[in-house]
Write a protein that binds this ligand. Structure first.
Ligand code: FMN
Length: 171
């Protein structure tokens, strides 16, 4: 069974992106080993000097999880026409260590409604290309088309289930 790491790019503890990833982990639990990772705000801000001074445990944990995963899914909101700083920061911490190099990635944006999210997707793809990741699919999703329940494990509608299933199968 393939192991997939599902990273939420949001800076919110009540994030809809994190809810989507939890829903995916429940929906596809029989076919993939899926681990959801949020809380990117726990990572210290990347600086060259901090990296030289010794890698913090939270960063080691992120690097290890990405390294071990067969593929990575990143689902992100858009902040100021970009990806959230917490996500960019996480990607910066993996620049020199290279965990994303050659890693199959599914890039997802989850934003309120079309065409929102286009800038975040562009920005995410640029960072992933610079990280030498293998971006195998990109999927813009909008909240007004998706029912995201508060409770973990609420069933996903059939259209989104097939869309996500097809995208994950590419990884
Ligand atoms: C600091 C900040 C900046 C934002 N900037 C944008 C933006 O540029 N474009 C956009 O579509 N939404 C923007 N939003 C709205 C978020 O994308 C939207 O609330 C999203 O659904 C949050 O996702 P989450 O629940 O996973 O955190 C911004 C939100 C915040 C907090």
């Amino acid at each position: 069974m393939k192991s997939l790491l599902l990273i939420s790019g949001s800076a919110s503890a009540t994030s809809s992106n994190t809810k989507l990833l939890r829903m995916m982990a429940d929906t596809f639990a029989d076919s993939y080993r899926m681990e959801v990772m949020d809380g990117l705000w726990e990572l210290p801000l990347y600086t060259h000097e901090r990296e030289l001074a010794g890698i913090p445990d939270v960063v080691k944990n992120l690097r290890e999880k990405v390294k071990r995963a067969d593929a990575v899914l990143i689902s992100t909101p858009e902040y100021l026409h970009n990806i959230p700083a917490v996500l960019k920061n996480a990607l910066e911490w993996m620049t020199t260590s290279g965990e994303l190099s050659e890693k199959p990635v599914l890039a997802i944006t989850l934003t309120p409604r079309a065409p929102r999210g286009e800038n975040a997707m562009r920005s995410l793809l640029q960072s992933l290309v610079a990280s030498k990741a293998r971006v195998l699919a990109e999927l813009p999703i909008h909240l007004d088309e998706l029912a995201i329940g508060d409770e973990r494990g609420k069933a996903m509608d059939d259209d989104h289930r097939s869309l996500l299933q097809e995208a994950i199968a590419l990884l």
